[in-house]
Design a protein around this ligand. Structure first.
Ligand code: 6PG
Length: 227
């Protein structure tokens, strides 16, 4: 695996550009939730590329209705998917089914299209202030899952405190390319713990290593300030 850590003046614009390229190539692209990627989705929407050959997946979901303000799909739909003239095929996690049934359905959907080792073309990740990625939280059992591709998370490690559905580390690690997008000073100390000289491997973000591709850690100046 290889990893690159890069500081950018405008990480959201870079991600929007990469998303647009992947869309036009008809790729399998995995979206993530949280406030940081939202700006990238909005900027990608402004480009209004032809997404019709692409497939959009999700790293994780909150167990709420898709129209709920906390839904990751809902956010991506409002920011990007519903704005496009030529929309992709969307594989959303059915949070409304609850964590276990929703994860079971997603696992089947992934295996049907991508096989047991989903080689997503592009997978986006954000990182929480506690070092979580997707809905894999530090100290929770889901981080140790080795055989399943999607699991239910009955107890979230952070707000919003609703159960989640998440891709597992094996599913994340099989991507051909991943971008971990982290911005803002509030994440700087965690960025230093994860990507500094002595990585704290209890933090899920420190365990993201791609088996076949490159992970780009894309930071703004503020997030990189303690590195
Ligand atoms: C979620 C996300 C999560 C997110 C990080 C960063 O559902 O909560 O998928 O992993 O990417 O928490 O979120 P912020 O950008 O909002 O800090």
């Amino acid at each position: 695996m290889s990893r690159e850590i890069r500081v950018s003046d405008d990480p959201a614009a870079e991600v929007a550009e990469r998303l647009t390229e992947a869309a036009m190539a008809g790729d399998d692209v995995v979206f993530t939730g949280g406030s940081t990627p939202k700006r990238a989705y909005e900027l990608a929407a402004e480009r209004d590329a032809d997404w019709s050959a692409a497939h959009v997946w999700f790293t994780d979901e909150r167990c709420v209705e898709p129209t709920h303000p906390d839904s990751n799909f809902g956010m991506a739909d409002r920011a990007l998917l519903s704005q496009l003239s030529a929309a992709p095929s969307v594989h959303r996690m059915a949070g409304e089914l609850g964590p276990d049934a929703g994860a079971g359905d997603y696992e089947a959907e992934i295996r049907a299209r991508m096989g047991a080792e989903p080689r997503w073309n592009l997978l986006l990740l954000g990182m929480g202030p506690d070092g979580h990625v997707a809905s894999l939280f530090p100290g929770k059992p889901e981080i140790e899952e080795r055989s399943r591709l999607a699991v239910g998370v009955p107890l979230a490690g952070m707000e919003p405190q609703v159960p989640r559905i998440t891709l597992t580390m094996p599913a994340i690690r099989s991507a051909r390319e991943a971008i971990l997008l982290v911005t803002g000073e509030s994440k700087a100390a965690t960025v230093a713990r994860v990507f500094g000289p002595a990585p704290d491997t209890s933090l899920p973000a420190a365990r993201v290593e791609l088996r076949y591709g490159t992970l780009t850690v894309l930071l703004d100046q503020a997030a990189a300030s303690q590195l």
